[in-house]
Write a new protein. Structure first.
Length: 122
């Protein structure tokens, strides 16, 4: 079975609708979000922050088995893209997920990966 069209034709109305939608969205920002989470270490950190509402950099470093500098670097990247937020308490730096939408995004990724693994093993 061929996995592509055997003749070239398209639905002009659907194509125009989607092209208009693409122009109205910042696709580059969406790509950056997926790229930052495509890194295994940053995904582990995001998942850790999903599991615990807030963690200090020391906690994160121990969870991912890294130095404080490495954990700080990854946390800073998550913060810069608006996925995490930061607060300082004395000499400790705490991070948490930015909001419920980010929490839902991580939860969706987790649920999808479990379903994908279950489907792949059947």
């Amino acid at each position: 079975m061929k996995d592509s069209c055997e003749v070239y034709c398209y639905d002009e109305q659907k194509v125009r609708k989607v092209q208009d939608a693409l122009r109205q969205h910042d696709i580059q920002s969406m790509v950056k979000t997926f790229k930052v989470l495509a890194d295994e270490t940053r995904m582990k950190i995001a998942f850790a922050l999903f599991e615990e509402d807030e963690l200090c950099v020391c906690d994160v470093a121990n969870i991912i088995g890294s130095s404080l500098a490495t954990a700080s670097h990854h946390l800073r990247m998550l913060k810069q893209l608006g996925l995490a937020k930061f607060r300082k308490e004395g000499k400790l730096a705490f991070y948490s997920l930015e909001d419920d939408r980010v929490r839902q995004f991580i939860q969706l990724a987790s649920t999808h990966s479990k379903e994908w693994v279950a489907h792949a093993t059947t």
